[in-house]
Design a protein around this ligand. Structure first.
Ligand code: ZN
Length: 132
């Protein structure tokens, strides 16, 4: 069972449907992340959730070699990354496919797809980013 609530609920609902939805203030057009219920720039509570392509560039990354709590179902090693989504500048945390353990490059283009991460007995939709 997935519990979805809070200001970022449309993000998680979108991922569960295979889409990336990100929040944009309808008052001042700024992209807002993390999700909020009220724009901190103009005060508007009119937040539009806009579908974006799962395309971006690598902002940072790290390869994890050692198991820690709640990662029992993820094959080691794995690469976590912060990806800057194209055309909006929002940065999202996700995982990068890591065949051959070739180090990712900051600024490299990536394409995302929806996968799942099994954590604490439940599947959480996760963006898995692929290089080149
Ligand atoms: Zn605003």
């Amino acid at each position: 069972m997935t519990i979805i609530d809070g200001a970022d609920a449309p993000y998680w609902e979108g991922l569960a449907e295979g889409r990336l939805h990100l929040p944009r203030c309808a008052g001042c057009s700024r992209w807002l992340w993390p999700a909020v219920s009220r724009c901190g720039h103009c005060g508007s509570e009119d937040i539009a959730w806009v579908e974006r392509a799962m395309a971006g560039t690598i902002f940072s990354w790290t390869r994890t070699w050692h198991r820690f709590a709640l990662t029992e179902d993820i094959d080691l090693p794995y690469v976590s990354a912060v990806i800057t989504v194209d055309d909006c500048g929002i940065r999202l945390l996700g995982r990068i496919d890591d065949p051959g353990q070739v180090d990712p490059v900051i600024g490299e283009s990536v394409q995302g797809r929806i996968g799942k991460t099994h954590v604490a007995g439940r599947d959480i939709p996760t963006i898995i980013w692929s290089r080149g």
